[in-house]
Design a binder for this molecule. Sequence first.
Ligand code: ARG
Length: 464
Amino acid sequence: MTAQLSKKGEAWSARFSEPVSDLVKRYTASVFFDKRLAQFDIQGSLAHADMLAHQGIISAQDLADIQRGMAQIEAEIAAGSFEWLLDLEDVHLNIEKRLTELVGDAGKRLHTGRSRNDQVATDIRLYLRAAIDDITALLHGLQTALVDLAEQNADTILPGFTHMQVAQPVTFGHHMLAYVEMFGRDAERMADCRRRVNRLPLGAAALAGTTFPTDRARVAQTLGFEDVCHNSLDAVSDRDFAIEFCAGAALIMTHVSRMSEELVIWMSPRVGFIDIADRFCTGSSIMPQKKNPDVPELARGKTGRVNGHLVALLTLMKGQPLAYNKDNQEDKEPLFDTVDTVTDTLRIFADMARGITVKPDAMRAAALQGYATATDLADYLVKKGLPFRDAHEAVARAVRSCDERGCDLADLPLEDLRTFSGLIDADIYGVLTLEGSVAARNHVGGTAPQQVRAAIARWREKLG
Ligand code: ARG
């Protein structure tokens, strides 16, 4: 029995008296999802082998054999001819077994002074570091597309809302820049998370370190890690970095989802503020008139799974004693799906931002309804000496009267306006216009077109 198992290649088979069932084999295997770590597994192995040779733990010939074998394995994987075997459980054992087939004993020496526990932790960190770099570039791409849209609409006025009620006029450029700020914080979070991802677990071996005279700093340097993990127990069991990443990813998706909700509302024919290019929408199989904003709707929906992955990883870790436990194998699918979902979503959103057509007339018409400049009238009275609370009261009465007459504040003749406060003069009409209202909010962070242009210039410089 033992001999038969050994032929199949299980790395621990000599210890066991009977094989696992096919169901257990399938249940415990990870190769069909962790094979996507292959390039990072090979990169880590080559750095480890280089260090072993440099330290005289394996020979220069062994290193050369390992390098040659790994080059062939990389080529086989790229060509799609590499045979992934369930019997060999995971990406690590599949690659090691093939290496040994190709180069003999040198392949068997590769695992000296390491364990799959520090190996897999290293692979995930290398994978995630690359993913963070991709996502950061995609965030910048989306920000640039939104800055472009903001620039085209620095003067376009729409109603700003609170409680989904018309509040005050804002510019569409200002509105877009709010999302640019959110995605800017997301990029900062990714950069911060990257620092903690970028530390080397390899060298911790199974959990306690190794008896071989290794040089962990050399491996860290080869792989571009900023530091080594300083406690072997922590090194093999820590997945904080993956959780942090998923938290950052959940926030990215939350921002995307908020924006999606607005796009869906704006594209509703009832609102009609924007149109989204046909290539991001689909029709209905029954209602011929429909054009549905599928991409933002789906992005809003996918936010749920990314938030779910964060909770999955937190739950995965909360009950684990030190050090490595097989539970950790469950970290990969949520992490991979988070990376894939965020990556696809950001790519498609940058493209979609360029497919948004703004409809300034509809925005303007909406801003003219709902007394969006009422606060401006109150501010005007305050500047003429009325205490703010009294001004608020006077304008509230004016709004109520407009409501009864079915007109806007700017439609009231001067003598009628003066019945609410004798401080009102003819210059009020400049204040009550939408343009006057936005232009007056001319300070850092305000919606005035001048400020929007200054913010755009600042972002352009940052984004390069
Ligand atoms: N497939 C495993 C994982 O994803 C690799 C490490 C396995 N280590 C072990 N001692 N069983 O975590």
